[in-house]
Structure formats: C-alpha cells, structure tokens
Design a protein around this ligand. Sequence first.
Ligand SMILES: Cc1ncc(COP(=O)(O)O)c(C=O)c1O
Length: 470
Amino acid sequence: MALYEQLADRMAQHIRDRVLKPGERLPSVRKASRSSRVSPSTVIQAYALLEEGGFIEARPRSGYYVRATHFRHPPEPELSKPSKKTVTVDVSELVFSVLDSTRDRGIVPFGSAFPSPLLFPFDKLARGLASSMRRIDPWSTVTSLPSGHEELRRLIALRYANDGMNIGAREVVVTSGALEALNLCLQAVTRPGDIVAIESPAFYAALQAIERLGLKALEIPTHPQCGVSLPGLEQALQNANVKACWLMTNFQNPLGSLMPDGNKAKLVELLARYNVPLIEDDVYGELYFGERKPLPAKAFDREGLIMHCSSFSKCLAPGYRVGWVAAGRFAEKVERLKLMTTLSASIPPQAAIAEFIQHGGYDRHLRKLRRALAAQKDVMIQAIGREFPKGTRITHPQGGYLLWVELPGSINTLEVHRLALERGISVAPGPIFSAKREYTNCLRLNYGHIWSEQAEEAIAILGKIASSPV
Ligand SMILES: Cc1ncc(COP(=O)(O)O)c(C=O)c1O
C-alpha cells in the first residue's frame, strides 16, 4: 500500500472511531506532513483520497473538514398538509409562554431564534459606532427622517446592485429590525378581516402579526426543501380572497427550505396574475452554505408587488435593531406608516453598521459566520441521528441555523418542551408555528451556537425524552 493510502486509512479509522468528529477541521497540510513525517504531497494525496471516499470535504479558503454525511442521515420530513380552512389566529399566549422560558442564559438554547452572540464582531462595531458618531453631520439627524441613514441606505442599495438587482436607495426604508418592516408592510396592504396566505409551518411572529391586526391566516402546504407549494398557493388564490402573502423564500423559519430560482420566478408571476402583494422575509439570505447568495423573489419582480424585508440582526449586529424594507410600489405607504408610528430608526446603530460595511470587513465576517454555521449544522444533525429514536426525520437546510425535527409516534412536543426545560434545555415546540396548533410531533432546534460537550449531552437527553411517549 502506498504511503498516502496508509495515511488515508489511518485517518479514516480516526473518523470512524470519532477521534476526529464530524465538522472538525483537519490539520493543515504542513502540520499533518510534520506530525506524520511524510511529505506535503503525500498528505495532499491522502486528503484527496479521503475526500473521494466521502470522509472529508474541502471548504474554500478554510481547509478540510470531517463530513457529517459519511454517517447516517435521518430522512427529511415531507410536504406539510395543513387543513385548508382560513382561521383567526390565537397563538400569542402560547408563543409568549414558550419564549419566556427560553431566555435564561444558563439554558442550552436549542429553542432560541438567535445565533450565538459570540459569532459577531461587537468590538469592531463599537469602534465603528464611536468613530462614525464623532464624524457625523448633525444635520443628518434631520435629513435622515423618516427613511433612515442616507449612507446606510446607499450601501444597502449597492449590495442589491451587486446581486444584480435594481433597487434605488430611495426605495429603502430603514426600520427597527426586520420585524418592524414586516409588520409595517402587513399594515400597508391589509385591513382587519382580510386573508393572508402564509407557509405551514410558519414563523410565529407572522402568526402574531396576523393576530394583532385582526387578520385571518390561510396556511399553505410547504416543502422542507423547496418552500411553499406553488400549486397549493394557486389553489388558495383561486378559492379565497387572499389580500397578501407573507413568505420566506430563503431558509424558511422553521423548515430551512430554499425555494429554487425557477420557483421564485413562477411565484412572482403567479402573484402578478392575481395582483397580490408578497411580504418577503429574507433575514437569513446572507447565511447560505452554497457557492453563491440565493436571490430573493424580489429579484424577479417587475410590478413592484414584492416587499423585500431583511435586517442585520442575524448576520452582523444582533441587538442593534437595524432592518429595512424595499417595498416596491408600497414604499411611500410604508414610509408614511413608519413616520406615523416611530418616526425613524435610531441613527447611531445605523451609522455603526454603515461604517462596518465600508471598512470593517463585512464580507470576510460573513464568510467566517457561514463556515461556523455550516459546521455546527453537520455536528448537530449527526448528534440527532445518533441519539433520537428511529423514525425521526430532520431537515437538511442549505443555510440559516434552524433544524426542523419530526418525531415518530404519538408525542406531544409541548410536553417535550416542558420536560426538557426541567433539565435546562430549551426547544421550540411545533404548535407555536401553526395557526391551528398543528405539528405536535415536531420541534425546531437552533444550531447557531458553538458546539460543546454540554450541547452534545443535551441532545442525548432530548433523545431520551423523545423516545418515551408523552
Ligand atoms: C424568520 C424571521 N424573520 C424576522 C425576524 C426578525 O428579525 P429582526 O430581529 O431583524 O427584527 C426573525 C427573528 O427571529 C426571524 O427569525
């Protein structure tokens, strides 16, 4: 056996024995050549062999990592089948009670909607905040009303342009996080009693917004890989007087689905045919694991019907509460609603983010963040595959930091949530993602936190809870 084959064999054994764990980075070629006392070219050949065998994968500009896919991957859930009734929504109390119990810092935060704050450049942002505010033109605090910091809006428009989208800075309204943008958009295009089409399962804040505004939800079947079912949506548009859609085309919360570009184009065409606006929630668009950033549906819009909402909360600056909307033909209405409700977003955090985008290495930070999340995803899927009962299904998201887990048998995840909390672990139970409190056998788990032994143990505990019907 050639030297490189011997080395590859030894490393493959380490991977099988979990001495090298899924998601772990292999030593650099130079380091491995020194420690194994072989030439760098032998290491390169060994790594190529391991890659061919599916044991490891190369990540651009980062090195080689142990692949999770070498191990047993549980199957994915199937297309959801919500009941076709339009319903008034009443989930807020349930959502509050679940979320209240997950904020404690000592708890393993699988139920959280946020990635670890340790993944973000707070020091650099703070320096940018100080320096930009020292240089600020005092008049800009007046001229920025109500749409937001001019330079930040220009930079947002520039990033759209880099993605091939033609959205001027004047269309962009800065908001307090994406959530305000989403809520203002919903207010702009609906009146109490109107029907809003949403995914099933859906982000609970969409359900709460619908509830707060006295609207009705129509849940549409959604696929864990390619997002909302277009035939399902078309049927809804034909049969009900849908006044707006609220959807996530990129890394949907909670499924993690990514709608293919072809479907996005068809979705936009379908909505144009029925003249129904789309509130597009794209807060995870920057957190992709593939080669290039997925486009939003907005990129295919020619009618101004798509209101594209996003923020820096999940990709750069949690807690700064800076989001925005490019609201197409509804931009002026949204701007006025912003003016009437909170006047304008706070200037200092916007200035700090603008400074970071220009001088702080935003794209470098994003690459690092994506790599960390991709590796954490693999490790968590692996752990669930080992510890959860047979028959468990898990999504395989291509971005974001959320997994949707479908448990076998008759299990109530609200009860799993309660039992897990007693053991210091939070989970997000399925019913908070449904207007009809469906998905009682599902959980959303967050892999946006740096993996640790505590997390590994927590998955084992959850696996045990999930194995005993409750
Ligand atoms: C899917 C989704 N949309 C919107 C938001 C709100 O974003 P922001 O924190 O920028 O208001 C969140 C936050 O959890 C989210 O998960």
